[in-house]
Design a protein around this ligand. Structure first.
Ligand code: PLP
Length: 434
């Protein structure tokens, strides 16, 4: 791997951009080395400024369900672009995307478009508080809901990687009504409701967390939290910004057959353009301005380019559900391949996977909670990441993240990835226990 140009660019970037990046995990802080600068991407490949190609399992952190530069998406953006880039007024593409969202997520009776997942979760919390006239919210340790003040408490993703689950600048007052519970521990949720039986506006959860690495709900956990919410008049919010269109086309709510009151979506629905949304029961959504008293707005919300890209993506998925199955099958082939290699070499690392997502955890304990995730050996992860990168495989640069498959990954790339893993496994095993 030749990364001379990337190194030079990173030096220049550090002089003008904070830490050289615009989002912390991209800096490779958790794994060492300098980040690669990407010049273009196509299918399941990333191409660096140095001219190297990498098989990409990050996929822009999830959006690229059909791989990069999908011609259908590009054509839709080009066509929309010819008519102008933003109107700040209603356009018909907004209706199209909202209807497609409701097709896949029937719980979203009404939808509001925003520009990022963070905006979706921030707005949905305000809406839940406005609707219920209550102040407290429940969130789970290791779940990440963007960098919203009230939700940046023991959050996953970059917060975990960089060791600052609580950010400086978040006032104690901003999180004083946030109650932290343990994912997959229904007792901790029951305890919270016992303490505040009538004051919890909402419970927000990544139904299948991906931001502490992929963790799966155990023992009817999601059903049980819904029952507690219903009993106490608390709104159930599924943050499916990551799991939506990834765990299944209908997200985690389709797989686990649960209808939340409100849902946050992002990533895939914008096909790589800045776009997110939240939706839910009409009577709650109608509490939003201009119909209701909860204010929420955005200059670029419902942007025609983002709407066109997202609609092209979701329409294509609707017309070709087999593309999701293809991506899911590649996940299964990859995970199976990794497991076989580990068995051959007596390695007992854990892999959690579902739909088009997976995480390999460097621990021998089953991983069902943030506590389990934290038993992972970060030095082994760093060796894994760097070793795979040297072999042309681009994985999420943190133990506490999900990797993603697309319909543009094929057997050739999967088998190449498994071979790369086999060739470096011994060196990973040699990394001392932390
Ligand atoms: N919620 C979840 C579950 C996410 O995974 C993310 C981002 O990774 C967000 C919210 C925040 O989205 P954004 O980065 O678009 O602000």
């Amino acid at each position: 791997m030749n990364n001379k140009k990337s190194k030079e660019l990173f030096k220049s970037a550090q002089k003008i951009l904070v830490g050289g990046v615009n989002s912390p995990v991209r800096s490779f802080g958790a794994v060492g080395g300098d980040p690669l600068f990407i010049s273009r991407a196509e299918g399941c490949y990333l191409y660096t400024e140095d001219g190297d190609a990498f098989i990409d399992y990050v996929l822009s952190w999830g959006p690229m369900l059909f791989g990069h530069a999908n011609p259908i998406v590009l054509k839709a953006i080009q066509k929309a672009m010819e008519h102008g880039t933003s109107f700040g007024a209603p356009c018909k593409q907004e209706i199209e995307l909202a209807e497609l969202i409701r097709h896949f997520f029937p719980s979203c009776e009404k939808v509001r478009m925003v520009n990022s997942g963070t905006e979706a979760t921030m707005s949905v919390i305000r809406l839940a508080r406005g609707f219920t006239k209550r102040k407290r919210i429940i969130k789970f340790k290791g779940c990440y809901h963007g960098h919203v003040d009230s939700l940046l408490v023991q959050a996953g993703s970059g917060g975990l990687t960089h060791g600052y689950p609580d950010s400086a600048g978040v006032l104690p007052e901003a999180v004083q009504h946030t109650i932290l519970c343990d994912y997959n521990q229904i007792e901790s949720v029951a305890e919270a409701f016992k303490s505040y039986p009538e004051d919890i506006a909402a419970l927000i959860v990544e139904p299948v967390p991906g931001n502490m690495g992929v963790v799966l709900p155990q023992n009817n956990f999601l059903n049980d939290i819904q029952k507690l919410c219903q009993k106490h008049g608390t709104l159930l919010i599924f943050d499916e910004v990551m799991s939506g269109f990834r765990v299944s086309p209908g997200g985690a709510q389709a797989v686990f057959k649960i209808k939340p009151d409100l849902t946050c979506l992002g990533k895939v629905i914008g096909a790589g353009l800045p776009c997110a949304a939240f939706g839910g029961r009409a009577e709650i959504m109608d509490f939003l301005s201009p119909l209701g008293p909860v204010y929420q707005a955005g200059t670029l919300s419902g942007n025609p380019l983002a709407m066109a890209a997202g609609s092209a993506m979701l329409q294509h998925l609707k017309d070709h559900p087999e593309l999701f199955t293809a991506a899911e099958n590649m996940q299964k082939r990859l995970v199976q391949g990794f497991k076989q290699v580990m068995q051959k070499r007596g390695a007992q690392f854990q892999i959690n996977s579902i739909g088009t997502m997976f995480t390999l955890f460097f621990t021998s304990n089953p991983v069902n909670s943030l506590k389990d995730v934290q038993t992972a050996n970060k030095a082994q992860f760093a060796r894994f990441f760097q070793g795979m990168l040297e072999k042309g495989i681009y994985l999420a640069p943190s133990q506490f993240e999900s990797n993603f498959l697309s319909s543009a990954h094929h057997e050739k790339e999967i088998d190449q990835t498994v071979e790369a893993f086999e060739s470096i496994l011994e060196s990973i095993q040699q990394v001392g226990q932390k």
